[in-house]
Design a protein around this ligand. Structure first.
Ligand code: NAP
Length: 167
């Protein structure tokens, strides 16, 4: 079975993904989508993203890339992206064929040449931030699905969740 390596990310029109080690928005429906998409999968994240979340995400294999963090209950700490991918492959054996990169910027950038699936939440705003999603060549991907969400009392911005894939 073909291995899927994906990015699951939410970014603004100016490619912002974070500010002050937090998400720049609160979009409950996007958080629910993130949970639904990642559940029972192996997720790879950078140390700051892990600290921003503040705990291992339940019912997922939490793999954290860090050279400074010691092993903690509920997470697998790896020193490099390659080690993290190998750890995910061991954990996925006989169960899953997808490895999900959930950020931050360095993880997205270093894995950009490996990904064959993108699950993108495009938030309709230009916003201040200090962490950015890399400029990928989206032309190399085919749009598989797109769902629009409208601004409302709980969501400050319109956003679209797109799924793209590459052979
Ligand atoms: N909008 C979104 O979808 C989204 C998704 C994720 C995160 N975010 C936001 O992004 C921000 C955090 O991201 P960030 O880019 O600042 O940090 P990050 O990538 O989460 O973490 C950076 C740290 O991870 C380790 N690391 C990452 N890649 C590595 C590699 N290839 N090799 C070795 N170590 C590696 C290093 O840890 P050590 O220093 O411990 O060695 C590095 O200092 C927050 O604002 C968060 O809210 C947004």
């Amino acid at each position: 079975m073909k291995e899927i390596i994906s990015h699951v990310v939410a970014f603004s029109e100016n490619l912002v993904i974070g500010i002050d080690n937090k998400l720049p928005w609160n979009l409950p429906k996007d958080l629910q989508h993130f949970k639904n998409y990642t559940i029972n999968k192996s997720i790879i994240m950078g140390r700051k993203t892990y600290e921003s979340i503040g705990r291992p995400l339940p019912n997922r294999n939490n793999i954290v890339i860090s050279k400074t963090l010691s092993n903690l209950e509920g997470i697998y700490v790896c020193e490099s992206l390659d080690d993290a991918l190998n750890q995910a492959r061991i954990l996925n054996k006989n169960a899953q064929n997808e490895i999900v990169m959930i950020g931050g910027a360095r993880v997205f950038l270093e894995s950009a040449h490996l990904v064959n699936k993108l699950v993108l939440t495009k938030v309709k705003c230009n916003i201040d931030g200090d962490v950015f999603y890399p400029r990928l060549d989206f032309q190399k991907f085919t749009l598989e699905n797109s769902e629009e969400y409208k601004q409302d009392d709980l969501h400050a911005y319109d956003f679209t969740i797109e799924v793209l894939s590459k052979n």
